[in-house]
Write a protein that binds this ligand. Structure first.
Ligand SMILES: [Zn+2]
Length: 675
């Protein structure tokens, strides 16, 4: 009131000369001038803001966007040698502030032209956006714009001389996930969706490790009406170092692809599935893991490798989703199948370990064995004749194995299946490991026929991961290591945050049994079913498998080969599975033997696996030198010397009491009593 009064008094002099109507007009004019002045100041401030170098300020000026998210960078996934296999690149989103752009008619056309010139955004798209949301302060016009394009735009935007009327466009920082090796190790690596959510593979299993925390920029107006900003920086995600060796992985995948191309035909791929695991038997590290067909991680929803466009369009949405999930499935982890004859060494090991057999027994195979009410056949219908234990493994005689299992008995046989981890999760650090406990018999449910068929790998299911991990323990002295695909976590600068040491889960068999089994497995390569996979120069042990799939009699087979080298202190294990090869007669083990040989021929030299020549030279050196020398040059480079033995022995039932752990000696390569 007081102010009003004072104003009235101040204009009082006007009353004397101007009529009341004129007075009102003058007051209004005066007010209008003040308002115009205020608007002008506002406009100047506004122009300062919009023409400033950073468009963030305009955002800060709006109540809707008083703060801005600073996105974190998701961590890389690198292979064991540091080669990047998944990475996040800085990209930009093009944001249009429609209200600012349309505020001045003069801005509209030049801005539209620049949007088209820089980002290829059509005039129509921009006009549609304006029409749909005339007041929008934040319309995303383009995403994933690369740095070079963004730089070009920023130059144009800053060039007020040549481009005077650009308004309302700004770039928002973002990251784009990319995979430099596209299809390589696709189901092990995995991919991300809706920003930073990992799907399948390491991307999923280590999602939280890879992700960071967004930062934020807060803006507020201080007492002088200028914008104050505080920045809380983003915390970028960690780098995951895989155990995978990308060169080895390439070798394996190349061989798989060649095999499948060779056998593709009649519109079918070369096999329903071809999968390979290469593992370090002394650590549980998976060096390569592949299943075919794989897919492009940069475009995981592209199934053109399997379907023509026409075929794909005919599928329902549900069928398409199922097809994608099938393709993304990691066969090595998520699929269970009857292992077939690769099970036989486990049966023999259980026999030796329980004392049911000594290894000196012989068995007679007349082509089949009468068990319960059935005659269960050997794969060699004419019979193998008299077989030693070694011969029964080398020749893969079902009849001998059934007799060995019978002497072990249901109780110990089922117990040893669990000791070897069948029916259990391996604990591999990948998602979707198949549950297999229901796929095994217990001592209560197993009949004599089940025992007989189980002895040679039928009537129960395993995963490749289970088989490979358990087999490692057969050949490394009885140590069951947890299989894993990640060896280290690093921060964004490469500082080690966490090292994944080999995890020794338990002991499966004694080192004596392990040595004996290895002799049998060597015989497979010397004179048995694995001969044709022999790679010259290497001392290899192995077991083959030719499993007829259910329902039997349909001619569908799963072929497998599991081998290692060298015989003394095995350095690598390789497991190859060909599921339903696309050939007339699927029960042809030569198919999987050829593929395995090809992989080993290339992989062993690359990995530097000890050759026969090298071990002989080593033995010579050892013989020449004094007693109590070391184990030679076998390098356990991956072995953590600070590893604490977590040897778990809950009931002691399957433990060799005389066993004396020599882990430390392995680690250092030194024998006891030496430095
Ligand atoms: Zn036989």
């Amino acid at each position: 009131m007081a102010e009003k009064k004072r104003k009235k008094n101040r204009f009082g002099f006007l009353a004397k000369k101007f009529p009341i109507r004129m007075q009102r007009k003058l007051v209004m004019l005066f007010m209008a001038i003040i308002l115009a002045f205020v608007a002008l100041i506002g406009r100047i401030t506004y122009i300062n803001v919009t023409r400033g170098s950073s468009y963030t300020r305009i955002v800060l000026d709006q109540q809707n966007y008083s703060s801005r998210v600073i996105p974190y960078k998701r961590g890389d996934i690198v292979d064991r040698n540091g080669t990047r296999i998944a990475t996040s690149e800085r990209v930009y989103n093009v944001i249009l502030d429609v209200a600012v752009m349309t505020d001045d008619e003069a801005n509209i056309d030049p801005t539209i032209r620049v949007l088209e010139e820089c980002f290829g955004i059509s005039e129509q798209t921009v006009k549609d956006t304006i029409e749909e949301n005339p007041e929008s302060r934040y319309s995303i016009m383009a995403t994933g714009v690369d740095y070079e394009t963004a730089r070009k735009f920023n130059e144009i935007n800053a060039d007020n001389e040549n481009y005077p009327n650009i308004a309302g466009v700004w770039l928002e920082e973002d990251y784009n996930r990319s995979y430099p090796y596209s299809t390589l190790a696709s189901d092990v690596i995995g991919f991300t969706y809706s920003g930073n959510v990992g799907a399948i593979g390491i991307e999923s299993a280590y999602n939280d490790v890879l992700n960071g925390t967004d930062g934020r920029e807060y803006g507020y107006l201080d007492s002088d009406s200028s914008v104050e900003r505080t920045v809380k920086a983003a915390k970028n995600g960690n780098t995951v170092v895989s155990t995978i060796d990308i060169t080895l992985q390439s070798i394996v995948e190349k061989c798989i692809v060649e095999f499948n191309q060779q056998h593709a035909g009649d519109g079918n791929p070369g096999s329903k599935n071809t999968a390979v695991i290469v593992m370090n038997p002394n650590t549980g590290e998976i060096l390569a893991e592949a299943s075919y067909p794989n897919f492009d991680l940069n475009d995981p929803r592209d199934l053109s490798i399997l379907y023509t466009e026409e075929q794909w369009d005919k599928l329902t949405e549900e069928e398409q989703i199922n097809a994608m999930n099938d393709l993304w499935r990691n066969f090595c982890v998520s699929d269970a199948f009857e292992p077939g004859s690769t099970m036989k060494p486990f049966t023999v090991a259980a026999g030796l370990e329980t004392g049911a057999i000594t290894g000196d027994e012989t068995y007679y195979c007349g082509g089949s064995l009468h068990v319960g009410d059935d005659d269960i056949g050997c794969h060699l219908r004419s019979g193998h004749g008299t077989q030693t234990v070694q011969g029964s493994i080398a020749n893969s005689c079902n009849v001998a194995l059934m007799q060995i299992a019978e002497s072990i008995g249901v109780e110990d046989f089922t117990r040893y299946q669990r000791v070897f981890g069948f029916g259990e999760y391996t604990g591999i650090d990948l998602p979707a490991e198949a549950a297999t406990s229901a796929l095994l018999y217990t001592s209560e449910t197993m009949t004599s026929v089940d025992l007989a068929t189980n002895s040679f790998g039928q009537s129960f299911n395993v995963t490749m991961t289970q088989m490979a991990s358990a087999f490692c323990s057969l050949i490394n002295g009885g140590y069951y290591y947890e299989p894993h695909v990640v060896r280290q976590i690093q921060d964004e600068d490469g500082n080690v945050i966490e090292t994944k040491n080999p995890v020794l889960l338990h002991k499966t068999i004694s080192s004596e049994t392990s040595d004996q089994i290895k002799e049998y497995l060597r015989a497979v390569m010397d004179y048995g079913t694995g001969q044709s996979a022999q790679v010259e120069g290497y001392d290899i042990g192995a077991k083959t498998g030719t499993a007829e799939k259910l329902p039997r009699g349909n001619g569908k087979y799963l072929l497998s080969f599991i081998g290692y080298a060298p015989q003394e202190n095995p350095e690598v294990l390789i497991y190859v599975v060909v599921d339903e090869p696309n050939v007339d007669a699927q029960d042809n083990s030569a198919l999987v033997l050829d593929l395995s040989k090809q992989i080993m021929e290339e992989a062993f030299p690359y990995l530097g696996i000890t050759t026969i020549e090298e071990s002989e030279a080593e033995e010579g050196e050892q013989a020449a030198s004094e007693e109590g020398q070391n184990f030679g040059d076998t390098e356990y480079t991956d072995y953590d010397e600070n590893y604490v033995d977590t040897y778990d022995n809950p009931d002691g039932a399957y433990v060799d009491e005389d066993y004396d752990p020599d882990l430390d000696d392995w680690a250092s390569g030194d024998s006891p009593g030496e430095e």
